[in-house]
Ligand binder design. Structure first.
Ligand code: UD1
Ligand code: MG
Length: 449
């Protein structure tokens, strides 16, 4: 087993994003780009991950710690080129790993398999291996100068001759280095070039000058799509959505209209889940076997139990926990609430900060009034209860098992088990008054107040 150090370069400013947020924190499929890169590094079996960030990128450091708590974070205080950035992780390189792989924080679609492929030449004795791809338009990329399957050099666009610029095989940016030679190679890089930067790409010629071989692996352009602008962010999103939909369908999910369903990188499905058209999944969703998410629903941070039916037009917000067979219907919003098996909330309701016991029926238009303008309060409803249409439950409040709330009640006091609660003014009927009222109104007289 060769020990792997992955160095993620994430010090870029991302000027073209025109954003106050560091570029690598922009999300694709609901997850920051840098986290996708860290996921790939972890999946590829990295023994250690080092992330190089820019000054004032505390938020990037925090995200790195969240996703990969063992990763080391290094700050590159001045942006002096990709080799300079890698050397910011000198302390990690000094520990002497077998393989070092450099990744970019703004290239979120790299697959773990690609990292494995890039390490193969190292295991076969190469000093360095580079990932090549053939973009539709190679402008701006370093060109790979090859002879057979030998890589001779990487020529940056600015340094390339007109003839070299006709080469279609480009440097994707990912590079694998013999970990025991990496520091020596990197320390030999200088900045005598058009951009006056320390180019990581120079290590290819340096390694060859020292008698080491340089390998090249080729991957599909979409796997190494880099993000420099909002337009490219949208392109990366489209690619990842296609991948995630394909993966869901392979795992046994029916997507009726796959191109209209938006998934998060961490969306988890059981088997025989059906997702109707136009559904959006934010981060943190798990949908269990046999559940159906009907059209136009928005689901985020929620757990949908087996056989549950959600939507159409439902919204599940973070902390929504739906047990087996729960029904959440149209224009219903559920937030931070546990709905035990068999609960039905079928129409026009808001259930927040609540727990609802098994088989309870919540009538149309029920609202849990969970916020008093200062604090959130909980509503607890027992099992087999009946919450009448258009009830308001003013939290904190609890309703016992088997209780029955009359339609239109405003419930401010706890309701014990098996109790009928009526919290509304009594109706008054005045026989004949309708006709008299009509007569007055038609005669142009105002009714008595
Ligand atoms: C680099 C490669 C080029 C390749 C292209 C692929 C070099 C010299 N050139 O060019 O061959 O085709 O990527 O996209 O390596 N970064 C830092 N600190 C720095 C400089 C860069 O962290 O001082 C990070 C950036 O945030 C980015 C990555 O390194 O994630 C690449 O830097 P960038 O300036 O985009 O390099 P390119 O000129 O695109
Ligand atoms: Mg770039």
């Amino acid at each position: 087993m060769r020990q792997l150090l992955v160095i993620v370069l994430a010090a870029g400013e991302g000027t073209r994003m025109r954003s106050s947020v560091p570029k690598v924190l922009h999300a694709v499929a609901g997850r920051p780009m840098v986290s996708h890169v860290l996921d790939a590094a972890l999946a590829a079996g990295a023994a250690r991950i080092a992330v190089v960030i820019g000054p004032d990128h505390d938020k990037v450091a925090a995200e790195v710690r969240r996703v990969a708590p063992d990763a080391e974070v290094f700050v590159q205080s001045e942006r002096r080129g990709t080799a300079h950035a890698v050397l910011a992780a000198r302390a990690a390189l000094e520990r002497g790993y077998d393989d070092v792989v450099v990744m970019y924080g703004d290239t979120p679609l790299v697959r773990p398999e690609t990292l494995a492929a890039l390490r193969v030449p190292l295991a076969e004795g190469a000093g360095v291996a580079v990932l090549g791809f053939r973009p539709a338009d190679p402008t701006g990329y370093g060109r790979l100068l090859t002879e057979g399957d030998e890589l001779l050099a990487i020529r940056e666009e600015k340094e390339a001759s007109a003839q070299e610029r006709t080469i279609g095989l480009c440097n994707a940016g990912l590079m694998a280095l013999d970990g025991h030679a990496a520091l020596d190679l990197l320390d030999r890089v200088d900045y005598a070039n058009a951009k006056k930067e320390f180019y990581l790409t120079d290590v290819v010629e340096i390694a060859r000058g020292l008698g080491r071989r340089a390998g090249v692996c080729e991957v599909a352009a979409e796997d190494v799509a880099g993000v420099n602008s909002r337009a490219q962010l949208a392109q990366a999103e489209a690619i990842l959505q296609r991948r995630l939909r394909a993966r869901a369908m392979e795992a046994g999910v029916t997507l009726v209209a796959p191109e209209t369903v938006f998934l998060a990188a961490d969306t988890r499905f059981g088997r025989d889940v059906i997702v109707e058209p136009n559904v959006f999944f934010g981060p943190g969703v798990r949908v269990e076997d046999g559940a159906t998410i009907r059209a136009f629903s928005h689901v985020e941070g929620a757990h949908v139990g087996p056989g549950a039916i959600v939507g159409p037009f439902a919204r599940l917000r973070p902390g929504a926990e739906l047990g087996q067979g729960v029904h959440v219907g149209n224009f219903v919003e559920i937030k931070a609430s546990d709905l035990a098996p068999g609960v039905k909330v079928n129409h026009l309701s808001y259930v927040g900060d609540s727990s609802v016991g098994a088989n309870t029926n919540i009538g149309a238009g029920t609202i849990t009034c969970n916020y008093d303008g200062f604090r959130k309060h909980r509503t607890t409803i027992g099992a087999n209860a009946f919450i009448g249409t258009n009830s308001l439950l003013v939290a904190p409040v609890s309703v016992g098992d088997g209780a029955y709330l009359a339609t239109g009640s405003v419930i401010t006091d706890d309701v014990p088990a098996d109790t009928l609660a009526i919290g509304r003014a009594r109706q008054v009927n005045k026989p004949g008054l309708a006709a008299r009222l009509r007569a007055k109104l038609s005669a142009g007289l105002a009714p008595k107040k």
